[in-house]
Design a protein around this ligand. Structure first.
Ligand code: ZN
Length: 255
C-alpha cells in the first residue's frame, strides 16, 4: 500500500492556499508528531508509557522531592527510551516551512527535543525538555549527556549536582506550573497567527487546549492535522486525519 493513498489532496490544497494568504503561520504540536519516531503516545490505549504506572505517583514534583531514587528509576528509563530517537519527516517538514519563511514558530507540548534536533529555530517547549536537568538548590544546569553519566555513576541511580543535591529534569512535572515566559509567548503567537496548525495533539490538555480559541478570537483559522477526534474538528478550516508525515510532506510539496 502506498502512503500517498492516505493523503486527502483536496484538503491539503485548501490548507496550502490558507498558508499562501497568511502573514503568520504557527504550529502547535503534541505527542502524535513523535509517534512515527517510535515514541508512543501515552494517551493512546495499549501503547502507553504510563500503562503500568500511575504518572501522578512517579512523575509528580512531590514524588521527586519525597523519593528521588524512585523518581529517577522511572525517569532514567524514560530518558533511555527517548535519547536514541530521531526526528521524522513531519519534524523535518516543519523545519522546511520555517526555512522558506512560511512558518513563524513551533509551540510544542513534547519534551523529546526532536523539533530542536530536526533544526526548528523558533521553538517554544511549553512542557520543558529532557535536554537539561537542573539543581533546584544552587541553580546549576547540566546537559543530558552529563546527567546520564551521573545517573550511571551513582550507586543509587540518582544524578546529583556538584553541590550534592539530586537533579530534576527540566520538564514540567505533574504538580508544577508551566513556565510563564513560554506560555506568554505561546499565547502571543496564537493571537497573531492567521493560521494555527494543530499537529498530533488531542487539544485536550490545558492550557495548550486554549490556543486554538485564541487564534479564532483574533480572526485566524485553525487547521487540525491529528488522527482521531479533537474538540476543534467541527470548527477547523481543515481537518486532516491520516499519516502525519505524508500529510506534512504533501503540504510542503503543495506550497
Ligand atoms: Zn546544586
Amino acid at each position: 500500500m502506498s502512503v500517498a493513498t492516505t493523503v486527502d489532496y483536496a484538503r491539503i490544497e485548501r490548507l496550502a492556499s490558507l498558508i499562501r494568504e497568511a502573514e503568520s503561520v504557527v504550529a502547535l504540536t503534541g505527542a502524535g508528531i513523535s509517534v512515527p519516531s517510535g515514541i508512543p503516545d501515552f494517551r493512546s490505549p495499549g501503547s502507553g508509557l504510563w500503562e503500568n504506572v500511575n504518572p501522578m505517583e512517579v512523575a509528580h514534583i512531590d514524588a521527586w522531592r519525597a523519593d528521588p531514587e524512585r523518581f529517577w528509576h522511572f525517569y532514567g528509563n524514560r530518558f533511555q527510551t527517548l535519547e536514541d530517537k530521531e526526528p521524522n519527516g513531519a519534524h523535518h517538514a516543519l523545519v522546511e516551512l520555517e526555512r522558506r519563511g512560511k512558518l513563524d514558530a513551533v509551540i510544542t507540548q513534547n519534551i523529546d527535543r526532536l523539533h530542536r534536533r530536526a533544526g526548528s529555530q523558533e521553538l517554544i517547549e511549553v512542557h520543558g525538555s529532557i535536554d537539561t536537568s537542573s539543581c533546584l538548590t544552587c541553580g546549576r544546569r547540566y546537559p543530558i549527556g552529563e546527567v546520564r553519566a551521573r545517573l550511571e555513576a551513582s550507586p543509587i541511580s540518582v544524578p546529583d549536582c556538584d553541590c550534592g543535591q539530586p537533579l530534576k529534569p527540566d520538564v514540567v512535572l505533574f504538580g508544577e506550573w508551566l513556565p510563564e515566559g513560554a506560555l506568554e509567548r505561546a499565547y502571543a503567537l496564537a493571537a497573531g497567527a492567521d493560521v494555527l496548525l494543530c499537529i498530533g495533539s488531542s487539544l485536550e490538555v490545558h492550557p495548550i487546549a486554549q490556543l486554538p480559541g485564541v487564534t479564532r478570537q483574533t480572526g485566524g483559522a485553525v487547521a487540525v492535522i491529528t488522527q482521531g477526534p479533537t474538540p476543534w474538528d467541527a470548527r477547523a478550516a481543515v481537518k486532516l486525519d491520516g499519516d502525519v508525515v505524508a500529510e506534512l510532506q504533501a503540504l510542503v510539496a503543495a506550497l
